[in-house]
Design a protein around this ligand. Structure first.
Ligand code: GLY
Ligand code: MN
Ligand code: MN
Length: 426
């Protein structure tokens, strides 16, 4: 028997509220939607069955009408939908269980109306669970037409937001004000919220890889880095643009933006079936290292610098990740594969071969990160490779990242939202 629960809401301690519910993406993928307490069950020889809570009379008063499990199953193309309180009877005494999805059913079976003894008596089959997980992950990785349509709409809404934010950014505006413009435009263009907390950073704050907007005011000549995407039907977009405020930028800012833009375009061109994501990362590392040598920030032969991971002082993350129902989507590493601890590889979120239908972000960046440039250990380890004195002249740049969502096609690739401007705006 296979069991894939969606999860139930997590209560906020000391209140009568719950954290915003985010159903397990496996269930959303299999069902096309996800509600609290959904459990998908498959018994060999029978169709998949959706067990879902049946709304009581009061629920309709407080929360509006909710369809019954039978209707929801039909909508999802399943033949069976049953009330959640029949689940106990179905799964009691299951000989062996292949388990995937939310783990909370194992930890808090009562939340699904199951007696702990029922779950306690299950024998979870590790091999069958791994096989089930791999099958779901495999089908999430390769997008079908429905998924791709949602992703295209998410990217289009995101592009509208990026354009509105760029048009609104000017001296005296704050990061938060621009984030509001951005997210409002997402929703106006059909977005259903943000895929992840929007990153809107001005000036030197653009060095913070995953920083959130605050009340920092932009000045003419500042870079603004916006890494933000809309979500539609559960599918995410993840786009980054970096531009200058007021149509002016220092020579260092222009030079750094130019390197990142060139490298991003070059790596996107390499995306194709049977190409490894590690190769893409290495191509980005090489291009950025060459740029850093040209800028006088790294010294030495590029091969030696790459062998020593010297570029990680300015490019400390990976080239990208799979994208889908999750922003950092599943399947980046094959089962059993270990992430390397090498500085250049430890934040690489996908390390496998591309296939048509996968969507991957390509997001190189260069940053002047105080926490690295001021770290005595980094300075001593990298003193032969990095010209720290020259780096002082670049600190005002902050950081530049350019990120696109790239679909692998049978013959190469397609950049989703390809026409969203990538320029510095000067
Ligand atoms: N927005 C998160 C990332 O680009 O990975
Ligand atoms: Mn990304
Ligand atoms: Mn991003």
């Amino acid at each position: 028997m296979s069991i894939v629960p969606a999860g139930v809401p997590i209560p906020v301690e000391g209140t009568d509220a719950s954290y915003r519910f985010r159903g397990h993406d496996h269930v959303r993928h299999l069902l096309g939607e996800v509600h609290p307490g959904d459990v998908l069950v498959h018994v060999p020889g029978e169709p998949w069955c959706l067990y879902a809570p049946v709304p009581g009379a009061d629920d309709a008063v407080w929360h509006g009408p909710t369809p019954r499990p039978e209707e929801r199953a039909e909508r999802a193309g399943l033949t069976l939908g049953r009330p959640l309180d029949e689940l106990a009877h179905r799964v009691e005494g299951a000989p062996a269980v292949a388990y995937a999805g939310a783990r909370d059913l194992l930890e808090r079976p009562g939340a699904y109306g199951l007696h702990p003894e029922i779950v306690g008596n299950w024998r979870i089959d590790a091999d069958a669970s791994a096989e089930l997980e791999d099958r779901i992950v495999g089908s999430r990785l390769v997008k079908d037409d429905v998924a791709l349509d949602a992703m295209r709409r998410a990217v289009a809404a995101s592009a509208a937001g990026h354009r509105a934010a760029r048009a609104a950014a000017r001296a005296g505006r704050t990061e938060r004000q621009i984030a509001r413009v951005l997210e409002h435009a997402f929703d106006d263009a059909g977005g259903e919220g943000t895929a992840y907390p929007s990153i809107v950073l001005a000036g030197r704050r653009s060095q913070i890889l995953h920083g959130g907007p605050d009340d920092t005011e932009m000045q003419d000549g500042d870079l603004v880095l916006i890494d933000a995407g809309a979500e539609i039907d559960g599918y995410d977009a993840d786009i980054t643009r970096t531009f200058a405020v007021g149509g002016v930028a220092s020579p260092e800012t222009r030079a750094v933006h130019d390197v990142v833009r060139r490298v991003q375009a070059a790596v996107v061109r390499l995306v194709a079936p049977d190409v490894s994501t590690r190769m893409l990362h290495e191509a980005a590392s090489r291009g950025l290292a060459e740029g850093l040598v040209e800028l006088g920030l790294l010294r030495g032969r590029v091969d030696d610098l790459l062998a020593a991971d010297a570029q990680t002082v300015f490019f400390p993350h990976g080239i990208g990740h799979f994208l889908g129902l999750a922003t950092h989507d599943v399947g980046g590493y094959l089962r059993g594969a270990q992430r390397s601890s090498r500085p250049s590889l430890k934040y690489l979120r996908a390390d496998r071969t591309l296939q048509p239908g996968m969507v991957m972000t390509i997001e190189p960046g260069l940053y002047f990160i105080d926490a690295l440039l001021d770290d005595p250990d980094v300075r001593s380890e990298r003193r032969a490779q990095v010209d720290f004195e020259r780096a002082e002249a670049f600190r005002h740049v902050g950081g530049v990242r350019i990120e696109d969502d790239v679909l692998v096609t049978p013959t190469g690739h397609e950049v989703l939202g390809a026409d969203l401007e990538r320029d510095l705006g000067v």
